[in-house]
Design a protein around this ligand. Sequence first.
Ligand SMILES: Cc1cc2nc3c(=O)[nH]c(=O)nc-3n(C[C@H](O)[C@H](O)[C@H](O)COP(=O)(O)OP(=O)(O)OC[C@H]3O[C@@H](n4cnc5c(N)ncnc54)[C@H](O)[C@@H]3O)c2cc1C
Length: 423
Amino acid sequence: MEKHFDIIIIGAGPAGLIAAARASQLGNRILVLEKMAQAARKLRITGKGRCNITNTAPLSEFVKCIHPEGKKLRPAFSRFFSKNLIDFFAEINIPTKEERGSRIFPLSDDANVVADALISYCKTQKVEFLLNAEVQDISISDEPAKNLRITINNPKQQFSAHSIIIATGGLSYPATGCTGDGYKFAKQTNHLIIPTRPALVPLRVNHPKVSELMGLSLKNVTASLWVEGKKMQSEFGEMLFTHFGLSGPIILTLSRLAVDSLNEKKKVQIQIDLKPALDDQKLDQRLLREIDEHGKMKISSYLKLLLPGLLAPFCAQELGFDSEKQANTISALERKKLRVWLKNLVFNVVGHTGFKEAIITAGGVSISDINLETFESKKVENVYFAGEVLDFDADTGGYNLQIAFTTGWLAGEAAAKQVSGSR
Ligand SMILES: Cc1cc2nc3c(=O)[nH]c(=O)nc-3n(C[C@H](O)[C@H](O)[C@H](O)COP(=O)(O)OP(=O)(O)OC[C@H]3O[C@@H](n4cnc5c(N)ncnc54)[C@H](O)[C@@H]3O)c2cc1C
């Protein structure tokens, strides 16, 4: 039996849910099809389970954090931006708070609360949900009232709709249900797909001892990305060592260009400046003063004063220091080596952890095929795209969810108005 809806939304992630919420406010019969047994699986793990909903950076700064062409989202953001999103969440009883870096989180610090509130709101608006419903095919029929036919994994259920919104996400964290199905639907309907790559992804390095630093988190350091011997990008903040390499906010931000450069078979290095506040001269003065003060200490103990936890023995090993000797035996040459090391800890990047651990997908449905005010396809009438499936990806800080919420909101609004106009 075939059931007809005004709007069918494929994917119950943030983009799909807010599209349903907005379209339902304008009065439509809406169905959300979600392939997983639970809606919004990815949203529930965002922000380490706390959900960094958005960022209150001004628009001019905000769009700089979006790739490849954030400024193209200006018209969309001028209609639904961080303030509108925060107000919407307040209306559905999700008060928010602002943290360092203008990042907005729910007061509850709980991403599940955000996901559940969105779903509950949709349900009170009479949006219907079908879970475990994997859309397998979309076909365009000549019959105007049943323009779009949707086939799911259950052959007994067929759907048609006036409009559909494809909000199937990208390829990152496939365990949450995102396996690139939207790209398949887009390709079938002649949309251009910009090649997909993992972004905001941990990097693998080829240092034999990096696993000894596993779990070490560094704050207030600068990491720079070097490609073919040229410094390309620098980020200041926090990073983390893993058993295979480097992760944490500033490394994730550098990873986009690192992945693209690796794909082009270029030499990629990360240089870490452990003492970015000190230039070479000031650093030397500090070392001299401290070595004088703590001269009787073993080198191993002195390095623990200078460096966080696991880095002290790593440093001694790297520089070939005899840790048992006293700090005041460090020669001028050794002090120079130490200075260079502190400001130039270099790792050769040999890979990344792939989509399995990428926060976001770079590439996707080309924005040249999309009306960026309504998010309707320019190729197929009544078909909309929203969220990560589009060729937008952003830095960490709440920008990616705002993209999903803005594009979803506007797609839901435009689809609903189109349906009303056709009556
Ligand atoms: C670990 C992690 C942490 C993150 N933290 C943050 C953060 O704090 N702040 C931030 O801004 N961004 C964060 N992100 C990014 C953010 O989660 C994404 O930008 C956002 O989820 C994209 O929303 P979406 O609705 O487009 O897609 P998704 O959230 O991926 O939702 C797509 C939905 O479509 C469903 N689906 C797919 N194919 C089909 C099909 N064929 N039929 C039916 N349903 C289908 C999927 O099951 C899924 O539920 C994080 C990402 C990860 C992986």
